[in-house]
Structures are given as structure tokens and as C-alpha cells.
Design a protein around this ligand. Structure first.
Ligand SMILES: *[C@@H]1O[C@H](CO)[C@@H](O)[C@H](O)[C@H]1NC(C)=O
Length: 128
């Protein structure tokens, strides 16, 4: 195989693996704050705490007759446009129109000079 092909394949593999790792990342404490009545069952009845956590679910056995192994809440993320112009990461091309920039899902601010005006937003996790 051509070296370029090998290189491209290994990059693809690394990306795929990191996506997979992200998918099975354990839920945060915050994501497991689900009121007992709203819990949806995860795993199988009688699952152990360790097994439950291993499959990426939350475990809390403090309340009887509700699921103890349950699905975590979705992480709430919010998009923000960074305030510091010098941390901007360019999202457009010089002279991009505000409309085209927004359509790409980026932030547009036509000031100051010498920094990108069309730039990527950041995502911040919201508190639960
Ligand atoms: C388990 O759930 C109860 C009821 O929602 C809550 O008060 C308690 O803090 C939880 N325990 C843990 C370790 O999260």
C-alpha cells in the first residue's frame, strides 16, 4: 500500500476510536441527577452497580421501586461567541459576508482589525 493511503487510514482509525471512546464516557454526577420518578431504565433488572456503570448508565439505589440503573440526562451545551478577539479561530475567508458566516454556524463581529471577523463559537456545558 501507498504510504499516503496508510497514513489516511490510520487517521481515520484514530478518529473512529476517539469517537467511540467519547460514546462510552461515563456520565457525570450532574447528568445522573434525575428525579426518581423520571428515571428511565437502563440495563436489565437486578444489574449490579458496577455493571450498570460499565455500560454508561447511572446507579442510585436510595429510592425503592424506581429504576436503580437509569439513563443519564443529556448534557446541555450552549454555544457562545468568545469575547476575547485574540482567541478567535478563523471560520471564514477574508471578506466573508456576515450572512455566509452565520450560515456556516459561526460568529460574526466586524471589529477589531487584524483578527478574524468570522470565527468559531465555543460550547460551554450548562450546570444542571
Ligand atoms: C440518589 O437519589 C436520591 C433521590 O433522588 C438523592 O437524594 C441522592 O442524593 C442520590 N444519591 C447519589 C449518590 O447520587
Amino acid at each position: 500500500m501507498d504510504l499516503k493511503v496508510v497514513c489516511a487510514l490510520s487517521i481515520t482509525l484514530v478518529i473512529a476510536l476517539s469517537a467511540l471512546a467519547e460514546g462510552i464516557a461515563p456520565p457525570t454526577k450532574c447528568q445522573c441527577k434525575v428525579v426518581p420518578k423520571q428515571r428511565t431504565n437502563c440495563g436489565y433488572p437486578g444489574i449490579s452497580a458496577a455493571e450498570c456503570k460499565k455500560i454508561g448508565c447511572c446507579f442510585n439505589a436510595s429510592v425503592p421501586s424506581v429504576p436503580w440503573c437509569y439513563n443519564p440526562k443529556q448534557k446541555k451545551v450552549r454555544k457562545v461567541c468568545p469575547n476575547d478577539p485574540y482567541t478567535r479561530i478563523n471560520c471564514g475567508h477574508p471578506g466573508i459576508k456576515p450572512r455566509d458566516c452565520i450560515r456556516k454556524g459561526c460568529c460574526f463581529r466586524a471589529h477589531p482589525a487584524g483578527v478574524p471577523w468570522c470565527f468559531y463559537h465555543r460550547t460551554v456545558e450548562e450546570a444542571c
